[in-house]
Write a protein that binds this ligand. Structure first.
Ligand SMILES: NC(=O)c1ccc[n+]([C@@H]2O[C@H](COP(=O)([O-])OP(=O)(O)OC[C@H]3O[C@@H](n4cnc5c(N)ncnc54)[C@H](O)[C@@H]3O)[C@@H](O)[C@H]2O)c1
Length: 348
């Protein structure tokens, strides 16, 4: 059986996870890796026994015999790398965020469309079993019409992590809201569809050295084309363990993290809607631990490989990634300008 040859750019925290998942997949070959820092390459080689090609420059990797690339570099580099990959006719798995401004996102979308390559954005939580379960309930009509949704990203991100060398800098990372809560915005879009308008308030409250240049805290409110409304709260640095919650309210049922209530559940209805319901495994709640069931990076990589080997339809393509990004940019703009911002305004 032919294996799909993948090149991996960026061997930091996320790239190393992707590298391990590609190496473990029976239908993929990790043909080449690239990192600007040779120490990170050595660390990856020592941890995995990787013996394939190594490049310092991603453009050289793109000239090698790979079918696809996984981009796991700092955010501001995603645009040039994804555009170059598309122009080299390589399929793309790109880490979130898609890019750090609307113009770069459009460059990526246009290059991908022009080249006709496949593109998957790295919002792995869509494949978390909780959200797959909730999505099935919605598709089967058991939740009725979804009218309200919320999801928050509360992540203490320890100050000693290497990622702080770039994460708080606007020119390299873009906004922290997009970087962190892009996951939540993507998730609420997965359930309620495209966003039309956004309101938001934000600030930088937490003491840090160096201080975050954008915001570490934000609350954004969304209206969807379906008429539903939603909320995403982002805080990077609160004094608590990683929290990623999700609440979906439909006209016939609700999902609150791992709890489900449907209006026709016998025990719930008989109890006057005061008890009963269904409790799903707590281990399905995202915990930001590498390789856990709640954080299915391996499943998203397997989906990407299936897109290439079996033509499996893409779960979250370039057009969808663009919509999530516009909703995030609109939130930051709404806070900055103290007014509701439409997605149309961001899409020009
Ligand atoms: N999907 C998720 O849940 C998730 C989680 C964490 C990070 N991420 C994303 O993954 C990306 C990487 O984040 P990270 O936490 O791994 O950061 P990191 O700093 O640990 O790793 C980044 C790597 O990119 C390398 N790099 C920098 N410039 C490069 C260049 N020009 N060419 C090649 N390599 C280069 C660095 O040397 C480093 O090894 C970011 O976009 C981040 O938003 C996604």
């Amino acid at each position: 059986m032919n294996k799909v040859k993948i090149g991996l750019v960026g061997l930091g925290w996320m790239g190393a996870e992707h590298g391990r998942n590609i190496l473990a997949h029976p239908r993929a070959e990790l043909a080449a890796v690239c990192d600007a820092d040779p120490a990170n390459v050595r660390k990856f080689q020592a941890a995995t026994g990787f013996k394939g090609k190594v490049f310092k420059d991603y453009k050289a990797l793109l000239k090698s015999r790979v079918d696809a690339v996984v981009i796991a570099s700092p955010n501001a580099l995603h645009a040039d790398m994804a555009v170059a990959a598309a122009q080299a006719r390589k399929h793309i798995y790109c880490e979130k965020p898609m890019a750090i401004n609307p113009a770069d996102c459009r460059r990526i979308r246009d290059a991908v469309d022009r080249a006709g390559v496949k593109y998957l954005i790295g919002y792995h939580r869509r494949l978390n079993p909780l959200y797959q379960y909730a999505r099935r309930l919605l598709d089967e009509g058991k939740l009725g019409k979804a009218f309200m949704v919320e999801s928050d990203y509360l992540h203490h991100v320890p100050g000693n992590l290497g990622i702080w060398s770039w994460l708080g800098k606007e020119k390299v990372a873009g906004s922290l809201f997009h970087g962190g809560s892009g996951h939540n915005v993507d998730l609420i879009r997965y359930f309620c569809g495209d966003v039309t308008e956004v309101a938001c308030m934000k600030g930088a409250f937490l003491p840090r050295e160096p201080q975050v240049e954008t915001e570490d805290t934000a609350v954004a409110v969304f209206r969807f084309a379906s008429g539903a409304i939603g909320k995403v709260q982002c805080c990077v640095g609160p004094i608590l363990p990683f929290h990623f919650n999700f609440k979906l309210y439909g006209t016939k049922g609700s999902v609150l993290d791992n709890h489900v209530w449907l209006d026709d559940m016998p025990r719930f209805a008989e109890a006057g809607r005061t008890s009963g319901g269904l409790t799903l495994p707590e281990t399905w709640i995202p915990d930001n631990v590498q390789g856990g069931v709640g954080e299915p990076w391996d499943k998203l990589m397997a989906h990407f490989i299936a897109m290439l080997t079996d033509n499996t339809p893409c779960l979250n393509d370039v057009a969808s990634a663009y919509q999530t990004s516009l909703a995030c940019f609109a939130a930051v703009e709404a806070a900055r300008r103290k007014k509701v911002i439409t997605i149309k305004e961001m899409d020009q």
